[in-house]
Design a protein around this ligand. Sequence first.
Ligand code: G3P
Length: 218
Amino acid sequence: MQFFIDTANIEQIKEANALGILDGVTTNPSLMAKEGITGKDNIYKHYKAICDIVDGPVSAEVISTDYEGMMREAHELVEIAPNIVIKIPMIKEGIKAIHSLSGEGIPTNCTLVFSAGQAILAAKAGATYLSPFIGRIDDTNWNGIELIREVAEIYAIQGFDTLILAASIRNSRHIVDSAKAGADVVTCPLPSILGLLKHPLTDIGLAKFLADHAKASK
Ligand code: G3P
C-alpha cells in the first residue's frame, strides 16, 4: 500500500518525506485555502514547490465544474511538473473529462466518491485513482471502510485497474483498516501517519532498555 500525505503544507510534506515512506501528495482547494494560497499564479507555484519536494504523484484539483473548463485546467496543470495528477470531482462533466484525459494518457484522481456505483463509473471512465472519502462517510453514521472493502471486491471481480486511494483519513486506525480492506493507497494528514508510531509499550520498553544500559555502564 502506498502512503500519500493529504496536505498543502510544505513543512509537513518535508517532514513526511524525510521519513522515507512518502509516495505522493494529495491536495484540494480547501487545503490550499488553509495555507493561505490564493490566485492562480500562486496556486500553480505552490504545486511546483510540492512537486520539487516529492517525486511521486501530486494530485492537483480542478475548480471548474464544466467539461471544457476542466480540460483547460488539466492541460495547464500537467505543464507544471511530470508528476501532476489531475483531481476531478465525481460529477457528470467530471466523468467525461476523466474519460478524455485517460485517452490522452493524463493521470486522474476521481474525488468526492461516496458510493460503489460512483466507483464503477470512475473506473469505466478510466480514472487512475479513486478517492472514497471514508471519514466523511463515517461522519454521516455510515461505514467508510466498508465502502473501501466493497469497491476492492468489485474492482477485483471486474478486473478494473483503477487504484483505490482511501481519502478523508481521520486517524491512524483508518490507515490500518484501509490496508485490511484492500486500499492501494492511503492519503493521510501528518498526525495520522505519525500516530502509527505510537504504542505505550514501545515507550516503556525503550525507557527500560536505556535505564538498564545506563545502570550497567556505571
Ligand atoms: O483530499 C480530500 C480529503 O482527504 C478530505 O478530507 O478530512 O476534509 O474529509 P476531510
